[in-house]
Ligand binder design. Structure first.
Ligand SMILES: C=CC1=C(C)c2cc3[nH]c(cc4nc(cc5[nH]c(cc1n2)c(C)c5CCC(=O)O)C(CCC(=O)O)=C4C)c(C)c3C=C
Ligand SMILES: [Fe+2]
Length: 422
């Protein structure tokens, strides 16, 4: 399967999806979605025909992958894949096909000839459930796990020497109760969109394209973003009812992004320059116990109040935090840059509920996602500080993964991970 050219793209949609080229020329209708400008002005988002944010698309190509510093959408489908072939050529071919499909789907177009446009004697190129839906700001972000570089002592794809030094195995943290069936994976795809059907459709099509090369190891649906990269927007709340993401890195803050999020040449792996490292943690939240905890205790545990999200001693959400006014075991005090050598991470997590745990409790929590330039000084450093977090009584980390997310694919025929396989 090859990426259709811009002209064919318009024909192939069959549902009025405008090509990126046409959308940019759509005078008065193109809009910048939230902080897209800060994610690099190359990443301009454009309005769909109806000119509503719900119909907007976010540019797929660029110096950085979309889905990191771009505005956070409402829904998540995160999928970890294991590579089931030992054939490097097949793997690269699939990554090229994935890139073409991802470019189409993020622009609101179907994969290949679509769900009904191809020959009747063959399975359709696209599974069809996003037919008629707008792009919904879909972003697809790929990452490579440590096992892609070496698994059980085997260098399956000749990539061992190309493993970035920052792509370490995460150490065991106190309280971890990790399920191997919800952890790891050779390749991950983070699909975010404002419509869950659009996110699930994207992952499903990639899985279909990858048949015989990859298999889904585990996946996670998320709703209710728990962080934002757009500080001007209302801060979302997590399942404990607290505003979450107040002190996140803004997608417009290029200085902070360059310092804390984007890998750079000279960091130890040149093919990762412009990329970032993703740490995912499935964190179970014992909401029933939390709901029996007094408001004062809840607020002391975070070091912020529940209504406004103001730091202890302050009145407004954005008031300056005075760490000395927080309990020594308060979450915000322990996670704060001043407690961790100045480190910052870009959080992009989602809430989840997955039925019940069989003991009369909701299986609910936070699917924590953080992007950083180096997990050793980012997530690992902060998580080690959180060993004494008062919140630990109410949460448990049950799934985990770390992945190297390469830079964004070039518009002129580049593909996901091109630098790694060069
Ligand atoms: C290792 C990193 C972090 C984990 C794991 C984590 C889990 C976690 N956090 C909340 C809720 C909140 N976190 C808040 C702030 C905050 N959390 C981290 C890191 C981790 N959190 C950081 C770096 C920060 C910012 C600290 C600062 O600079 O002030 C807040 C306060 C509001 C905010 O700034 O976002 C809340 C609320 C939960 C529920 C959770 C696990 C389930
Ligand atoms: Fe936190």
């Amino acid at each position: 399967m090859t990426e259709p050219g811009p002209e064919r793209r318009e024909d192939a949609t069959g549902r009025g999806g405008l090509s990126r080229r046409r959308m940019l020329g759509f005078s008065g209708a193109s809009l910048l979605v939230g902080a897209a400008a800060g994610a690099g002005l190359d990443r301009v988002a454009s309005a769909d025909e109806d000119d509503s944010p719900a119909g907007a698309s976010i540019a797929f190509h660029g110096a950085h992958q979309a889905g990191i510093a771009t505005p956070v959408q409402d829904r998540l489908h995160f999928a970890a894949f294991d590579v089931t072939t030992g054939d490097r050529v097949k793997l690269v071919r699939m990554l090229k096909e994935w890139t073409a499909a991802a470019a189409a789907m993020t622009a609101g177009r179907p994969v290949g000839q679509g769900a009904v446009g191809g020959p009747a004697v063959a399975p359709p190129d696209d599974t069809g459930e996003a037919e008629g839906l707008p792009p919904s700001r879909l972003t697809l972000t790929i990452g490579f796990g440590p096992t892609l570089f070496e698994k059980d002592g085997k260098d399956r794809f000749g990539l061992k020497a190309r493993r970035p030094p920052a792509l370490v195995e995460l150490p065991h943290f106190p309280g971890d109760n990790l399920d191997p069936d919800r952890s790891g994976g050779d390749i991950v795809v983070q699909a975010c969109a404002d419509d869950p059907q659009v996110a699930v459709h994207a992952v499903r099509n990639l899985a279909r394209i990858g048949f015989g090369v990859v298999g889904v190891r585990w996946s996670q649906l998320g709703f209710g973003k728990t962080s934002s990269t757009t500080p001007d927007a209302q801060t979302p709340r997590n399942l404990f009812g607290f505003k979450d993401g107040t002190e996140n890195i803004a997608g417009t803050d290029t200085a902070l992004l360059d310092r804390h999020v984007w890998a750079a040449k000279g960091d130890g792996s040149d093919w990762m320059a412009g990329g970032s490292y993703l740490v995912a943690r499935r964190i179970r939240m014992h909401i029933e116990t939390w709901d029996r905890t007094s408001l004062r205790e809840q607020e002391d545990i975070f070091g912020r109040n529940k209504g406004e999200g103001a730091p202890a001693g302050g009145r407004k959400e954005r008031d300056k935090i005075v760490l000395a006014k927080l309990r020594p075991d308060a979450h915000v005090r322990l996670a704060h840059p001043d407690t961790n050598g100045g480190t910052k991470i870009l959080r992009r997590g989602y809430s989840f509920t997955d039925g019940s745990d069989g003991l009369g409790r909701l299986e609910a929590g936070l699917f924590f996602i953080a992007f950083q330039r180096d997990p050793r000084t980012g997530f690992i450093r902060i998580q080690q500080s959180l060993a004494t977090d008062a919140m630990n009584e109410y949460i448990q980390h049950v799934g985990s993964g770390i992945y190297a997310c390469p830079p964004g694919p070039r518009e002129d025929g580049g593909y996901w991970g091109e630098g790694l396989f060069a």
